[in-house]
Write a protein that binds this ligand. Structure first.
Ligand code: CA
Length: 218
């Protein structure tokens, strides 16, 4: 079994490497995020131990980029302290498990073995509406293969519209599901519908007068 350890603290990296080699693994070490991304994209690792705070690219970003590239190697995220790591974020981005430092090597080994038994999880199915695609694991939207640059709110709105296509989605529904935290009104929905039209193309989002919106693939 071949593992990648991405860790920028030298002593920590060396200790992990020593322990894992002793446990029978083949181990590569990356000391920054970009190197970790490059190695993980090209070498078929069985699992990755990925520090979150890394030079050049965070462990979160490495995870996101790998998943967007279709690399489904199990990832164990490691955070320096409780609170630095947002479990929801990490799992949304496609990590499989996480550990808070300092962790015992025995615990790390047990968690790694559990991940290895499970293997690379299958890619979550893409949601497609015409030329639009949404990858829920990587949270990446694309139109005709081009990645769309959307804000969090725009993403939430488009995800809702795609998940309910071809149904017409009401403004009240969008308010409830996309703005659950904010005291806002339906004008906000209209404003964001405008933003989405600008990014998707005018015709892609149809206004159903007095009701709401529906995606309209060409
Ligand atoms: Ca670090």
């Amino acid at each position: 079994m071949r593992l990648l350890v991405a860790e920028d603290e030298e002593r920590m990296a060396a200790a992990l490497e020593r322990g894992l080699v002793h446990a029978g693994f083949t181990v590569d070490v990356a000391t920054d995020g970009l190197r970790a991304l490059e190695l993980a994209s090209t070498v078929g690792y069985d699992a990755i131990v990925l520090d979150i705070m890394l030079p050049s690219m965070s462990g979160y970003e490495v995870t996101k980029q790998l998943r967007a590239r279709g690399v489904w190697t199990p990832i164990l995220l490691a955070s320096a302290k409780d609170g630095e790591y947002d479990q929801a974020d990490g799992l949304d981005l496609g990590a499989d498990d996480y550990l808070t430092k300092p962790f015992s090597f025995v615990v790390l080994l047990a968690r790694l073995r559990a991940l290895l038994r499970r293997g690379a999880r299958p890619r979550a199915p893409l949601i497609e509406v015409g030329p639009l695609t949404f990858d829920p694991a990587a949270r990446v939207f694309a139109a005709s293969g081009e990645v769309l640059d959307l804000t969090a709110r725009e993403s939430a709105m488009l995800e809702y519209l795609m998940r309910h296509y071809p149904r017409v989605v009401t403004k009240a529904e969008l308010l409830e599901h996309v703005w659950p935290d904010a005291a806002t009104d339906q004008n906000a929905v209209e404003v964001y519908a405008g933003y989405l039209r600008r990014k998707l193309g005018r015709a892609a989002l149809q206004t159903v007068r007095g009701v709401g919106y529906r995606l309209r693939p060409p």
